[in-house]
Design a protein around this ligand. Structure first.
Ligand code: HEM
Length: 383
């Protein structure tokens, strides 16, 4: 999978393939995909608000499956979604930065037999490998068959196959990591949006005010409304800053020795970007723990010129910068805009009618994700 490949020809081929489908000047092609999925998300929440997190995960996974395989996912029983999300769940639990570091500093751990106490990660690694191989083969074969029959919708596979000269093994390799890279973080962002709406009701009121003024109450927004909704955009930027989905990013390794600010860094050193520190203090944010979208706005309520640039750091830097960042931004926007125009999040009540306070709790793993919280969701579509 791309994120764990060393710099070299295979990785370069993956990046070239991503460029075909994910570069900034063509991601608008997916706007219908995002809006259809966002409307489906809204329907799912209105029908069954108790399983909010499940709906967010389905939204993120359905977008990724459609992007990669051109396959519309109707529900969580879709076989490709079920296979991909099963693998993502195991991998994200196993592939935490602290474990990667542990294996790096104590490489002998890899040679422990899998029955050895504490070496359960080896059994899971073998399981993951089998699941990943199946995931690389099966949906690819299904999409290729559809392509041969002329019924495959536009997607990463169709871009790759039409482009020609792409080795099938390279295409499968490149695609196999996209689902995991794309879904965990998107699901996390949407869960954080919902959490923030409960913790900061004044922010939610302003989002509603803006949507009502620009789009009109009872009308669902489309991408044409996006430039006229700066406050909503600022909320999304602030969600990334307030709780970066991947606070330590992915581990990197230096390919040559270097000296930086007086520190000698030998070749082969593992380097982690501390996005958390950058979000909390390095940019001199005032009272950084506070959720405040106005940090990204000018005094007259427009997005500040550096807002997008500041946000882009959470997608990584340089050659390994996230190739899915433009797709991701559109996806978050569609989900948040549609959901917030139609719904209001608030505190749930206990059996005696008292409001339940929400304490933000976050999970460990590849991403830092809010743990489920009690909430009440009401529709704004009917008054
Ligand atoms: C909130 C959403 C997302 C965030 C915050 C995010 C963030 C990141 C970060 C921090 C990296 C590591 C960069 C580095 O190594 O320096 C990365 C890599 C990657 N991301 Fe994303 N990402 C998001 C969504 C997506 C989506 C939607 C896709 C695919 C459609 C995607 C595909 C990838 C891939 C393939 C890599 C590996 C790149 C490489 O190693 O060359 N990401 N992402």
């Amino acid at each position: 999978m791309t994120p764990v490949l060393e710099y070299g020809n295979e990785w370069k081929t993956h990046r070239r393939l991503f460029h075909l489908s994910l570069r900034s000047d063509i991601v608008d092609k997916y706007n219908n995909l995002h809006l259809t999925n966002a409307n489906q998300l809204l329907e799912n929440i209105l029908r069954d608000s108790a399983n909010l997190f499940e709906h967010f995960d389905l939204f993120a996974g359905a977008a990724a499956v459609e992007l990669i395989y051109g396959r519309r996912v109707e529900g969580k029983d879709d076989p490709v979604f079920a296979m991909a999300s099963g693998l993502a769940e195991v991998l994200c639990k196993e592939l935490t930065p602290d474990r990667v570091v542990l294996l790096k500093v104590m490489p002998f751990l890899r040679y422990l037999p899998s029955w050895f106490p504490g070496a359960g990660f080896k059994r899971n690694a073998a399981k993951c490998r089998g699941m990943a191989a199946e995931m690389a083969e099966l949906p690819f074969a299904m999409a290729k068959d559809e392509m041969d029959r002329g019924v495959l919708s536009h997607c990463m596979i169709s871009d790759m196959l039409k482009h020609g000269g792409v080795e099938e093994s390279a295409a499968k390799g490149a695609l196999s990591g996209v689902y995991i890279a794309g879904t965990e973080s998107t699901g996390t962002i949407l869960k954080t949006v919902a959490l923030v709406m409960i913790l900061y009701p004044d922010v939610q009121d302003k989002v509603h005010e803006e949507l009502d003024a620009v789009v009109g109450r009872g009308t669902l927004p489309t991408f044409a409304d996006r430039p006229r909704l700066p406050y909503l955009q600022a909320v999304l930027y602030e969600v990334m800053r307030w709780s970066p989905p991947s606070p330590l990013g992915l581990p990197h390794v230096t390919t040559a020795s270097d000296t930086y600010e007086g520190y000698y860094i030998p070749k082969g050193t593992m380097v982690l970007f501390n996005y958390w520190a950058m979000a909390m203090k390095d940019h001199g944010y005032d009272d950084p723990e506070r959720f405040d979208p106005t940090r990204h706005l000018t005094s007259d309520g427009q997005l500040s010129p550096q807002a997008r640039q500041n946000n882009s750091m959470f997608f990584g830097f340089g050659k390994r910068v996230c190739p899915g960042r433009f797709f991701a931004e559109h996806s978050h926007w569609a989900a948040a805009a549609v959901m917030l125009s139609a719904l209001k999040f608030g505190k749930a009540k206990d059996s005696s009618g008292k409001y339940i306070d929400v304490e933000p709790v976050f999970s460990d793993g590849l991403t830092r994700c809010p743990a489920p919280f009690p909430c009440s969701i009401t529709s704004r579509l009917v008054e």
